[in-house]
Design a protein. Structure first.
Length: 197
């Protein structure tokens, strides 16, 4: 029963992800901030629905699990705005690795190691599965901001080049979706939702 108790401890701990808020807002709920648990659920479904656009063979079950666990580390490390300056991202990486050690370490040995390994694979984005997962993580905020008249882009004066850089994983993992992103970014510039610089 020790393994079950460890699993339950992990499952109760990850409930805290519902209290980590992101910059993206939920238009249908009075533009309140989205939490990281909602984001993880949403991108897992995005990957399932858009998997036909994957350029390479992917294991959609692995991709989905990556997306469900990729932000768990925010329970300890907090959420960093996607467009924060690079030195903030470097400091965040250190905090996230420590968080991964602790949080996945709550699980029984082999199970915890597998999840931590999958999280690291997502972070490094070198495999086809991880690149597609990373692309789905990046494209959803674009969908949301476009549906919300620029949303967090307008609030934070985000530039066109920043959004294109964030979505660059699509160039290899889902080129047809990359073409769509480029069209949407141009439309966002035309509408004044992104800065053309």
């Amino acid at each position: 029963m020790k393994a079950l108790q460890q699993q339950l401890d992990f499952l109760l701990q990850i409930d805290q992800l519902k209290a980590i808020y992101r910059q993206t807002t939920v238009k249908v709920d009075n533009n309140r901030q989205e939490n990281s648990a909602e984001h993880s659920w949403h991108i897992a479904l995005v990957a399932q629905v858009l998997q036909q656009y994957a350029e390479h063979n992917i294991d959609i079950n692995r991709v989905t699990l990556m997306l469900l666990i990729h932000d768990i580390i925010e329970i300890d490390a907090g959420d960093l705005f996607a467009f924060a300056e690079s030195h903030h991202h470097e400091a965040q990486e250190i905090k996230e690795l420590a968080a991964a050690e602790r949080l996945f370490g709550l699980l029984p040995g082999e199970q915890g190691e597998k999840m931590k390994s999958l999280w690291i694979e997502f972070e490094q984005a070198k495999t086809a599965d991880a690149q597609f997962a990373k692309a789905m993580d990046r494209i959803l905020p674009l969908f949301q901001n476009m549906a919300n008249e620029g949303g967090s882009w307008v609030k934070h004066s985000i530039k066109k080049e920043q959004v294109l850089a964030r979505n660059s994983y699509l160039t290899l993992s889902a080129p047809k979706l990359w073409q769509y992103v480029c069209e949407q970014v141009d439309l966002a510039v035309k509408n004044g939702w992104l800065i053309d610089a």
